[in-house]
Design a protein around this ligand. Sequence first.
Ligand code: CTP
Ligand code: CA
Length: 232
Amino acid sequence: VAMLVSPKPLSGKKVLVTAGGTVERIDPVRYITNDSSGKMGFAIAEAARDRGAEVTLICGRMEAEVPHGVKIVKVDSATSMYDAVMDRLANTDLVVKAAAVADYRPASQATHKMKKTSETFTLQLVRNPDILQAIGEWRVAQPDGAKPFIIGFAAETNDVEKHALDKLQRKKCDLIVANNVTEAGAGFGTETNIVSVYGPKGLVEQLPQMSKRAVAERLLEIAQAVIGEQNR
Ligand code: CTP
Ligand code: CA
């Protein structure tokens, strides 16, 4: 009977998913982070796993329970997430960057808990590497420039389409999943999401409010279809 079952759509494929928020330490007891429950990335990891992919999930700070049946790599800062991702790119077919990466980190980290001494306090921040952009640039530099297929996210509060298309172009992704995080039923900590998927030619599909798992399934279907087109 097993031999009659058709192979799963992503069997033999290596999928890398990043999820959760990065943690940028100020001192041993304080940090800067971004809102992210990790749920959207986890749903994608689970959906890819169930489609037969070998999934590596690189996760920062998260609130949801990590999925089983996938390889978990825990990271803290954006720079550690950058290293974990770049190390694996050569061995990846599809990368999904659902993580909320802090754009800046403290210029230095105190080794001891900082004491309050002054009435005001200024923290100097420096830019973090843009991981998604680095993935796009890495791929362009490869001899065939074909792998991995790259899916990014864009969490916006306004002008969603404009910002999403700008990020797609700048970061050289294949697809950008955009949501308006101010909408009820979308974004941080919720069980559902409302997203629009954009490709280089503009809107690919606008999805209604769905469970994060259903969004993940549809997103992978779209990716598989686009990959199929590219290989024709
Ligand atoms: N991203 C990343 N590395 C960063 C910042 C963002 O890989 N240092 C990725 C996110 O994981 C997401 C996409 O880029 O897939 C878009 O993140 P977003 O914060 O919306 O875009 P930014 O380029 O940081 O632009 P801004 O925050 O100024 O809107
Ligand atoms: Ca950002």
